[in-house]
Design a protein around this ligand. Structure first.
Ligand code: FAD
Length: 371
């Protein structure tokens, strides 16, 4: 049985490890389009961007690990087609067969035509090369315009301020992160950035004149799932690759995990999560299922961010039904917790700088009110 993993990012590398940890010792091939060993992306907008975290600290495993575990890692190898009917895939080097396959192809940044046409240097942050380019540009202390006040936009804003750049952030919504956090906690992040000297221009469409006032534009307006292989293979697609609770696609021998997977979560609505923890944990479940298990992936979402001296963790999912109340405990300029509640039940919770409380906060999801 040959297990093929397409996509050498976090999910792909974690799936390979799980397959070996479960004792499977047959052929495992990991196809990775990028030239780098599979790496974690969070430092690209944080420590690596600021020159604090070295490159090798981001690798999921070092090169020796792949050799020691007999993972056939094909760096710089893009899979160009999959044929589910005859269990074959194509790379520029030729055709190969697989028995079961995992699609862990991730996502790529949504582009903004206005920025691309502005003539001002533009960075979209997804890869090591993007982050290195940004770091080099920061050295000249440019005036940075950031389009998009989401996680990446705000993390880059924090890093740019730390690097001594003047920063303006533009977003259509009236508060950064409003869609995820709601207005109460979104306001905390707006205040945090203003306190650090970021100019927030909110509730309005960015213009060409805005971009021309900058030396460098960073666009962080979301990511698009990399579905092209799945689509041409005839798999079911809708905002990513559709997978069932067990992370199986519409083809019984093909699974998907990580940013690309639109998952039928047993406890929540259909969900495509673009977060580090989801990539790791979905990959592990998919790997076990490829080996014959039949596990539903029912983990509550989790993500983290670091901005200035705010370290935050968020658990759960408010989802399309929203929340009735948010209970905030602590000092929102230093360390606090927030609990989002619907009908008296906690659906999501977070903390800033209360690391010792992580487990307790995670365990609060699904329990009754903190109010
Ligand atoms: P990816 O990491 O995108 O990996 C997919 C890989 O597949 C890529 O290397 C791609 O080149 C390759 N590939 C695609 N198509 C093919 C093909 N046909 N053949 C071969 N290879 C292919 N999450 C958090 O929770 N907290 C954070 O603080 C955080 N910070 C982030 C900061 C940045 C700048 C970015 C970009 C993301 C951040 N994330 C964070 C999100 C997290 O990094 C992603 O959720 C995670 O990387 C998803 O892993 P993945 O393996 O699904 O996809």
């Amino acid at each position: 049985m040959t297990l093929a993993i397409v996509g050498g990012g976090l999910a792909g590398a974690k799936a390979a490890a799980e397959i070996r940890e479960r004792g499977y010792d047959g052929p495992v091939v990991l196809y990775a389009a990028e030239p780098h060993l599979p790496y974690e992306r969070p430092p690209l907008s944080k420590g690596f961007l600021l020159g604090r975290d070295p490159l090798d600290s981001m690798y999921v495993h070092d090169a020796a690990w792949y050799a020691a575990h007999s993972i056939d890692l094909r760096l710089g190898t893009q899979v160009t087609a999959i044929s589910p009917a005859d269990h074959r895939l194509r790379t520029p080097a030729g055709e190969e067969s697989y028995t079961r396959l995992l699609l862990a192809t991730g996502a790529y940044p949504r582009r903004l035509g206005l920025a691309d046409e502005s003539g001002v240097p533009v960075v979209y942050l997804r890869t090591i090369e993007d982050s290195e380019r940004l770091r080099t540009a920061f050295a000249d202390r440019p005036r940075v315009a950031i389009v998009g006040a989401g996680w990446i936009g705000l993390e880059v804003a924090a890093a740019a301020r730390e690097a001594g750049c003047a920063v303006t952030v533009y977003d259509l919504t009236d508060l950064p992160l409003r869609a995820v956090l709601g207005p109460e906690v979104a306001q905390v992040f707006a205040d945090l950035h203003r306190a650090h000297g970021v100019e927030l221009v909110l509730g309005t469409q960015v213009t060409a004149a805005n971009l021309h006032a900058a030396d460098l534009v960073v666009v962080g307006i979301g990511a698009i799932p990399e579905i092209s292989l799945a689509q041409t293979a005839g798999l079911q697609i809708a905002n990513g690759i559709l997978v069932d609770a067990q992370l199986r696609t519409s083809d019984p021998d093909i699974y998907a995990a990580g940013d690309v997977a639109n998952h039928d979560h047993p406890l929540l609505d259909r969900l495509r999560s673009e977060h580090w923890d989801n990539a790791i944990e979905q990959a592990k479940t998919a790997a076990r299922n490829m080996l014959g298990a039949d596990e539903a992936y029912d983990r509550q979402p989790y993500f983290f961010t670091d901005q200035y001296d705010f370290g935050m963790e968020y658990f759960g999912h408010v989802g399309p039904y929203g929340y009735d109340t948010v209970v905030i405990k602590g000092d929102t300029t230093a360390a606090f917790r927030a609990y989002w509640e619907r009908r008296g039940v906690i659906v999501a919770a977070m903390h800033v700088n209360e690391w010792g409380a992580s487990d307790e906060i995670r365990a609060s999801i699904g329990t009754t009110s903190k109010g």
